[in-house]
Design a protein. Sequence first.
Length: 408
Amino acid sequence: MNDSVDSSPVNPALAWVNGSDAPEKSSLDLGFMALTDCASLVVAATQGFAQPYGLTLNLKRQSSWANLRDKLVSGELDAAHSLYGLIYAVHLGIGGVAPSPMAVLMGLNQNGQSINLSRGLQQQGVVTPEALDRHVHQSRTKLTFAQTFPTGTHAMWLYYWLASQGIHPLRDVDSVVVPPPQMVAHLQAGRIDGLCVGEPWCASAVKQNQGFTLATSQSIWPNHPEKVLGCTQAFVDQYPNTARVLVMAILEASRFIEASTQNRRSTAQLLSAREYLDAPLDCIEPRLLGHYEDGLGNQWQDPHALRFFADGAVNLPYLCDGMWFMTQFRRWGLLREDPDYLAVARQVQQLDVYRQAASAVGVATNGQDMRSSQLIDGRIWDGSDPAGYARSFRLHAMADDISRQALR
């Protein structure tokens, strides 16, 4: 892979290291989970993208999102590959933690998560959304679905998708939290009937004949926000130059991953190592290249597969992306009242830091803080009326105590 980053005008690394913009803290501990979408952190840390900016990135794999959250808040981790919703939950004090000012420095990726069902359901013929809907409403026993963190992206995709099929995610099925690398073992043991998680674990389940992929997250919301580079607001305040050059290094790594198919392949090879994903290459590479096999005999090249850069479109921390997760917290009873959606997003999304970093490495930044998207149920999300949007859903948990179940 890449051995070094030159110091051309597009990448003015030496000016940052030697000048007044030098990083205040040069050695950073970065948390990550064993998921394919941690790729840009791994590439930045190991392939020469950080050193020219005077940074040493120490990668710290975490066993669960809860552990990552706690270490991020305590300062044991400087920054982390993080679920979008995790950062907002900590900022708002959801999930049994005290509110703590948090920051999203940049988006790390879009797309690339999946909902799988078990082999047992497959053998019963539950292989379509319609069949799942019938099974859920006709069976006397509730199915159990796993997601990775109560306020995380996987929980929100699972809930949104189930609700779009007429299944109430907090009443009609049970939901449990399972760390990503443990998902396949839980399927094998029969503890769960379905799951929502990132790769390579859905592909791994298919490879091991433990069920099939029923839906992808990009079928719910094409080019949806997913993981972010998260940290505390205190880190940004104390080390503003460090935050900026960290974004610069990871932007360069993101651009490198998408520069060629060969770069994606070499990234998959890198990720397969024991210290990162510790997973077979054939469970990582195909879906990283956009090639899906669902375990039912179908295969396709996905036009909205996992992406890390897209000329910076992936990385801009849009205000509306953060706001969307708050609307879903409200929808599912995790927030009892409407927050000031826009004000909170402006606190968390570090648009100024991101735009300074992007400009310095030649990545275009448009003047937009919002974007418009159409989700699987036909609803348009553009951030213009978040409170109304949160209330617009037929299936919700706003006026009851069912949120307590969601946080178990």
